[in-house]
Design a protein around this ligand. Sequence first.
Ligand code: DGL
Length: 270
Amino acid sequence: MAVGVFDSGLGGLTVLDAIAARLPDLPLVYLGDNKHTPYGVRDAEDIFNLTCAGVERLWAEGCDLVILACNTASAAALKRMQETWLPPNKRVLGVFVPMIEALTERRWGDNSPPREVEVKHVALFATPATVASRAFQRELAFRAIGVDVEAQPCGGVVDAIEQGDEILAEALVTSHVEALMRRMPHPEAAILGCTHYPLVQDAFQKALGEQVQVYSQPKLVAESLEDYLARHPELVGSGTVSRFLTTGDPIRVSGKATQFLRYPIKFESA
Ligand code: DGL
């Protein structure tokens, strides 16, 4: 048994990389749904069906615990999966909650009522589907009161990163940050709510200014997973094999993944 990491494509490798660095002995099976990427422009029904299919594939690899590294899947499908679809012996966790817990200074599993927190103005940058779901605002409202969230759908950024066009990606980041700051001139914190954005984190920080605290997911998710597994050791199995699976063309995806993370990665066909 290993832990599964699901993403719509390559972006979740930023999360996998951070998990592997923090938990080097944990076998991880990554599944990228490259055939259907990007999810960020799909509707909620579509994202739900594709995400369920991906998670089922990871169960077949012996992964009883699956991390949805994809923000869009976490935002648009996870709640419905947990409420209507997931069998009792399986767990699926998303990547939003660890960020919200960090923002609201909570530890995992702290279910106390929402309270006032230090940060009052939060900028959220994410895909159009994630922004449309309002999942971030919903999860935040369970934990904090009096926090104003301004969300910016960052059209084009994922595509520019996937195409390796750094100049375009940075120009788009600057224009999305400017658009958000016209509506919220002084955010105290910014959430990078998409798997790809850590790769252009410097551009976000530069456009936002040094005074804005930028929350990036991979490290927070890895810390939170370590904590979760310490509480649920039964979900760590005896498997030793880490694998990279894709619904797309494994040769093409391996090449892109190697470009993306700057070390060799070999994908197999899912
Ligand atoms: N993985 C997606 C996310 O984090 C970005 C790529 C996509 O739109 O599929 O939202």
